[in-house]
Ligand binder design. Sequence first.
Ligand code: CUA
Length: 394
Amino acid sequence: MDQPKTANGRGGTSLIWIIVAGLAIIVGGVAIALLTPYVLPTVGSAEAQQVDDLFRFMLALGGMIFLLVQGAILFSVIRFRVRKNDYSDGPPIQGNTTLEFIWTVIPAIIVVVITIYAYTVYTNIRAEKPNEQEVAGLGQRFAWTFTYAVPAEAVPATVDQSRIPDEVQTVLDTEGQVTFSSPQLHTWVGQPMHVLLESEDVNHAFWIPGMRVKQDLLPGRVTDIRFTPIEAGVYRIVCAELCGGGHGDMAGQVTAKGELIGAWLVVHQDEETYLREFWSPEAASVLNPPEDPVERGRALIQNYPCSGCHRLSDLGWTSVTGPSLDGIGSRTQRLSATGAASIEDYVHTSLREPAQYVVPGYSPLMPQFNDSPDEANYMPEDQLEAIVAYLSTQ
Ligand code: CUA
């Protein structure tokens, strides 16, 4: 009161500092919201965009509150620290109605806004979409099974359904629908999915992090969840409810060889790709390899470029650049020429070290198939063994 000039001067400086601090808090909160989602998985669905926007909004608000509280603590610790030889008590503060009003009303407004926003997102992502694919998702200890039907006429004519592996069970029903069950759920970009979830035993939770959807499974009740993929790829399906000793097995796994086993969502680029890749028996047998090594080898060899040079009547190959593979299993005269112990041994060496023996009359053009994923022409040993088993039967 006795120094109004100084007080005014101080008031002006404080206002500038409050504005600077306020801007720093807003910018900081927004920066937290924009940077943190980089640790999240791919945004794979239309729902994921809405969920992430809501998450970013809440993160921005939370970030601002965090910076405000931490800033106030830091400011107070420095500004109001104990001075040397100051043993006095602080000023007695009895309450401040204005302040209490402000700190009640502002959080109340924030909570109401978040509630309305979150409810809108929740109803949006659960709303029925046109042209949905209905899928029954069964959770049990400790596996997922997805059962769904497609019109029989959608299945390509080239598909021999008897060759689809047992894991994918197919049934042609009277209404012309082909129903099949699999631990993997296949669909394509833009196809809205509606999954009806049932549990055979205890509580589970169906979760696809890439789609940002999660729904509990409750015994005796059908719960449901919807999502529409927007990005092709493979997405892990996870059980998010501790359901027993094998709980971890209810998540899609990748083997050391890079194969996907268990529960995965496979999103194909479009419907045409979906029908071709999913229904192709060759693709299906690579996905779920047959037990018989000869059958497995027959499926696997078609993933390699052998047909470009060799003839093999069993698979309809007709090239003549390299020696014919027809009857390779009975060419015992090669054993003495190469010093191989058996036909299997000879075929194995021909793939791993083709330069060791070139069939007379041909050029050494055969690429070497290597055992290591770091080298060119990688062929894993187990695949090579299956291919050798198949070729030896020719
Ligand atoms: Cu099912 Cu955890």
